[in-house]
Design a binder for this molecule. Structure first.
Ligand SMILES: C[S@@+](CC[C@H](N)C(=O)[O-])C[C@H]1O[C@@H](n2cnc3c(N)ncnc32)[C@H](O)[C@@H]1O
Length: 288
């Protein structure tokens, strides 16, 4: 396998020892490149690496260091500008859709790209969809463009994410079927008068609360797509662990569900995985 670009550049600019401490991959978001800063490497050491990235990748206009992992309610990282245009807004593209966003103000990760299209392929014409943790509209807009839902409601508690989700619905010409609500999805979900055919919950940290809220607003015969972090010995076992966890919460709620599929989004540590499931709602308790 050829040496990853970042590792080669770092080796040439900084030497073997420092280069070996850098994360191998550069993340490319539109025309912005992001390098993860290892805690024991000084930010000034990354600047000449960033300059070389600008020289070698002509489509990159700005290079940033991510100095923290995603954290906080808005799931945003902290960044330091390294080289190129001092600009953090860009247009990120996937599946023929364009997303205007500011990397310092909203969550964005290409790691969800595969799942955006995977879920879109399951959507039937006319579905009413709720995206509880929509970010800048990843699932909502890819689904609106690749499938034919009649309504997609996106909620996000981060005002910047809600603003970009609205702009992105316009940018991708799907504003007519997209509604964006800024607020806490767990509270907003209580206020819907009509049920949804499908509810997306792309925030593993709140999966239990989101599942409780979504059972009340999904149709019988509808679909839930929770995201979870699970501990498992092997990647292939992680889906079974998630399935048991979701089935057990559904049972407590008096609902009968069947897990029909899912996807391991990524590994998030030793024996820890981010997974999402496709959950068919067969029966709900009469109280819902
Ligand atoms: C992992 S990101 C969403 C990613 C996005 N769905 C995508 O496909 O790119 C999770 C989002 O949930 C939002 N969030 C966190 N707590 C929330 C809450 N209680 N209600 C609504 N949104 C929330 C964050 O602001 C963040 O934008």
């Amino acid at each position: 396998m050829s040496e990853p670009l970042l590792r080669r550049i770092a080796r040439e600019v900084l030497g073997e020892e420092l280069a070996s401490r850098l994360w191998k991959r550069i993340e490319i978001l539109g025309d912005i490149a992001v390098i993860r800063k290892p805690f024991d490497v000084d930010i000034d050491k990354l600047k000449p690496v960033a300059e070389r990235i600008l020289e070698e990748l002509s489509y990159v206009k700005s290079v940033w260091a991510a100095v923290t992992p995603v954290s906080g309610e808005h799931r945003v990282r902290s960044y330091v500008h390294l080289a190129g245009e001092p600009r953090s807004e860009t247009v990120y593209r996937e599946h023929g859709c364009s997303f205007l966003l500011d990397i310092t103000k909203v969550y964005i990760s290409p790691v969800l790209s595969y799942d955006h299209a995977r879920v879109a392929k399951m959507v039937r014409a006319g579905e009413r969809i709720l995206n509880m943790f929509a970010g800048v509209g990843g699932y909502s807009i890819v689904i609106s463009r690749l499938s034919r839902p009649s309504l997609v409601v996106s909620i996000d508690i981060n005002p910047y994410a809600a603003r970009y989700a609205r702009i992105n619905a316009e940018l991708n010409r799907v504003a007519e079927i997209n509604e964006v609500i800024e607020g806490d999805a767990l509270l907003v979900a209580r206020g819907f008068a009509r049920e949804f055919d499908r509810v997306l919950m792309p925030l593993p940290e709140l999966w239990r609360d989101a599942l409780v809220a979504s059972i009340g607003i999904v149709k019988r015969g509808g679909w839930l797509h929770p995201h979870l972090f699970v501990e498992a010995r092997r990647k292939r076992e992680s889906l079974d662990v998630a399935k048991s966890a979701v089935e057990s919460v559904a049972k407590e709620l008096g609902a009968r569900v069947e897990v029909r599929g899912g996807h391991v989004v990524r590994s998030v540590g030793p024996r820890r995985y981010h997974v999402t499931l496709d959950v068919l709602v067969i029966e709900k308790a009469s109280t819902f």
